[in-house]
Design a protein around this ligand. Structure first.
Ligand SMILES: C[S@@+](CC[C@H](N)C(=O)[O-])C[C@H]1O[C@@H](n2cnc3c(N)ncnc32)[C@H](O)[C@@H]1O
Ligand SMILES: C[S@@+](CC[C@H](N)C(=O)[O-])C[C@H]1O[C@@H](n2cnc3c(N)ncnc32)[C@H](O)[C@@H]1O
Ligand code: SF4
Length: 442
């Protein structure tokens, strides 16, 4: 059975993977500036956690002690530097992720927001999200984050089964999670998201659907479903390899996902992206920007960004990654004003690959207008209109190509990863046929 693939990952990481897929020499002029180059969203990475969860390989550290004032100064400095470098005039959302940003002090969150508002226009209604891990006493801290300027919470609930939470190495119980969720909804009505994982070792479809139904009795207007991705180097990976835990069953995970999305649909949620569901219009602006290939700045250890460094006179969008390890990152920020470790200019084809791979994750897909904003020499019809493979996908009802643009059907969205292989290679083939490559000797 065709399956979900790497859907569990955040979209910033997905974009980095698409860019890595190909590093080809391109037209020396580079691509034109992408749309909205004076607008961006900003991601801030808080790299510390209380404890290592058994499944997680995100960039996080369990510190003995954190000099928070020093980290705060560095986050502020780096945000100022990158805003200056990007020439961005308007920041449409700020996302504090991690790690566990709810362990940072509200003062740190306020300081970063203040720096952003001073350096650029941060509209009063901009989405400001903080990821919050459930705790047994969520009240006053969440209120302090609200006072600091946060107006959306993403609660990492993961499971409503205490045995599963233990397996995942979480520090909270299901009842802590529900209490945190209730408190979050009281403080941020209509603006609370929850992350629920699926496809855990030994997890069965029926009980998992029971959890989802229970969650629906408590949740707000946004739910993210993440299929467990078993990551090398994590405790869970080792346990599965040593046979002390059964390997997650991809067939069961596919069933959970299919049934789960149907349950959410019945409950009035729109599946606006492969892993994300919203009702009452509660879509995440920040993540939507990733899927639309808008510009984003990444501040903090290991944060990713995608922007045109216009302030430095450039016209080419770059993929940027900050130094991973927090102490090294801080040293670099103190020396240079930022801890950017890697900068990769994105060629025109690479950018279009991202537009395709990210856009198809959403229910609206890629409209002709959206595609044209990236000023490609080829229309969506040029690229996909005559392909035999695409015709088959259209006939199978997995894909739609019409006056609106290119998008997945409900069925197609569930198997996007398997469709993308064909679509990306179709884009590459058409590209190289139409655009003379600057081979040896020109
Ligand atoms: C990187 S965590 C940061 C938020 C917060 N520290 C927490 O744990 O809730 C963001 C989300 O990524 C998801 N996640 C992390 N590792 C994952 C994995 N290996 N497979 C699937 N989802 C994962 C979890 O659902 C988590 O809520
Ligand atoms: C997996 S997503 C979960 C989002 C949540 N479900 C929501 O709707 O708001 C968030 C995680 O992705 C990662 N992430 C997001 N944007 C990032 C960026 N620009 N650079 C690095 N990591 C990023 C962070 O680890 C963050 O905790
Ligand atoms: S899942 Fe969240 S809390 Fe757990 S280690 Fe990863 S970042 Fe930290």
């Amino acid at each position: 059975m065709a399956f979900l693939g790497a859907r569990a990952r955040c979209s910033a990481a997905a974009a980095a993977k698409v860019a890595q897929r190909r590093r080809l020499a391109e037209d020396a002029r580079g691509p034109p500036s992408p749309p909205g180059s004076q607008r961006a969203v900003l991601y801030v990475h808080w790299p510390y956690c209380e404890k290592r969860c058994s499944y997680c390989n995100f960039n996080k550290y369990i510190p003995r002690g954190v000099d928070e004032a020093a980290v705060r100064r560095c986050l502020v400095t780096e945000a100022q530097t990158l805003l200056r470098l990007s020439g961005v005039r308007r920041v449409e959302s700020v996302f504090f992720g991690g790690g566990t940003p709810s362990l940072a002090s509200p003062h740190t969150v306020a300081a970063v927001l203040e720096a952003v508002a001073q350096a650029t226009h941060l509209p009063a209604d901009s989405e400001v999200t903080l990821e919050a891990n459930p705790t047994s006493a969520p009240g006053s801290r969440l209120a302090a984050f609200k006072a600091a300027g946060v107006n959306r919470l993403s609660v990492g609930l993961q499971s409503l089964d205490d045995t599963e939470l233990q397996l995942l190495g979480r520090t909270h119980s299901a009842s802590d999670a529900l209490q945190t969720l209730a408190e979050a909804r009281r403080l941020f009505p209509g603006r609370v998201s929850v992350d629920l994982m699926l496809g855990l070792p030994a997890q069965q479809v029926g009980p998992w659907l029971g959890q989802l139904r229970e969650l629906l009795r408590h949740c707000d207007d946004h739910v993210s479903l993440y299929q467990l991705s078993l990551e090398r180097g994590t405790a869970l990976f080792t346990q599965v390899q040593q046979g002390t835990l059964p390997a997650p069953d991809p067939e069961l995970a596919a069933e959970m996902y299919q049934e789960g999305r149907a349950v959410l649909r019945e409950a009035g949620f729109r599946q606006y992206e492969v892993s994300n569901f919203a009702r009452n219009g509660a879509l995440s602006t920040h993540n939507w920007t990733y899927w639309q290939c808008g510009q984003y700045l990444g501040v903090g250890p290991g944060a990713h960004g995608r922007f045109v460094p216009q302030g430095a006179g450039s016209h080419t969008r770059e993929a940027r990654i900050q130094t991973l390890e927090p102490d090294n990152w801080m040293k670099e920020v103190m020396l240079f004003g930022h801890g950017t470790r890697k900068r990769v200019p994105l060629g025109e084809l690479e950018l279009l690959e991202e537009v395709l791979a990210m856009g198809l994750r959403t229910d609206v897909g890629i409209t002709h207008q959206h595609w044209q904003q990236f000023e490609p020499p080829l229309t969506l019809w040029d690229v996909f209109g005559t392909s035999r493979e695409v015709k088959m996908l259209l006939e199978q009802g997995l894909l739609l190509l019409d006056h609106r643009g290119l998008r997945c059907s409900w069925e197609g969205l569930a198997v996007l990863d398997s469709l993308l292989l064909d679509l990306l290679s179709q884009l590459q083939d058409t590209w190289w046929q139409r655009t003379p490559s600057p081979g040896p000797g020109g």
